[in-house]
Design a protein around this ligand. Sequence first.
Ligand SMILES: Cc1cc2nc3c(=O)[nH]c(=O)nc-3n(C[C@H](O)[C@H](O)[C@H](O)COP(=O)(O)O)c2cc1C
Length: 214
Amino acid sequence: MGRKKLIDLRTEYHQRELNETDIDKNPFKQFDVWFNEAVDAKCYDPNAMALATSTFEGKPSVRLVLLKMIDERGLAFFTNYDSKKSRQILQNPFGAVVFFWPELERQIRIEGKIVKSSDSESDLYFRTRPEASKIGAWASPQSQVIPNRRYLEQLQADFREEFNGKTIKRPPNWGGYRLVPSIFEFWQGRANRLHDRIQYSFTNNVWVTERLAP
Ligand SMILES: Cc1cc2nc3c(=O)[nH]c(=O)nc-3n(C[C@H](O)[C@H](O)[C@H](O)COP(=O)(O)O)c2cc1C
C-alpha cells in the first residue's frame, strides 16, 4: 500500500459517548458491561487482547492472547510457560493488555502485575479444551525455533499416538497467568478526535476514576 493510501485512511467515530454518570464505580463491572456489548455486537474474537510484557531491561514485546476468565482477582490467560512471554514475565512481572472493539469504537486498556495461576486452576481450564487443543499444548515448543512445519506435525502425531485412548493431562509447562489490574482505561471514540477516556486507578484500596484528555 502506498503512503498516500495510509494517509487517507481515517475513521470518524461517532456512535456513542462515555459519561462519568453512566459508568459503574467498579471497573470489573464496567468491563463486564462493555464485554457483553462486544459479544452482542458480534465483534470478531471479542476476548482477544494484546498482551505487552518486557524484559528485565524494559525491552517490550506484544502479542495477542485470549482472555479465558475474569473476576475481581484479575484477567486469566493460558500459555506455554517456556514461551518468550513467560520468560519475560519471570524477568518483569508488570504487564498490560488492550482490547479493541472497532464495531463499537471502543478500546479498554488494563495495566498491572502478572501472577501465575495455581495448578488446580490451570488443570480446571485445561480439562475444558477440545482434544486437539490439548494435544497442541503438548506438541508445540512455543517460541522456539523449529526446522520446518513437518517437525511440528510429527510432534503432534507422536503425542496423538502416545495419548491414544488415555486422558490427556495438562503439560507441566503449560498453564495460566492472571493480570492483576491496578489501572483500567475505557476509551470511547468520539467525533473530531475528542474521544472519551475514563481511567480507574486503584489508590488506597479504592478505585478512583478520572477523565483523561484524548
Ligand atoms: C487471536 C489470537 C489469539 C491467541 N491466543 C493465544 C493464547 O490464548 N495463548 C497463547 O499462548 N497464544 C495465543 N496466540 C498466539 C500468540 O499471539 C503468540 O504467537 C504466542 O503466544 C507466542 O508468543 P511469545 O513468543 O511472545 O510467547 C493467539 C494469537 C491470536 C492471533
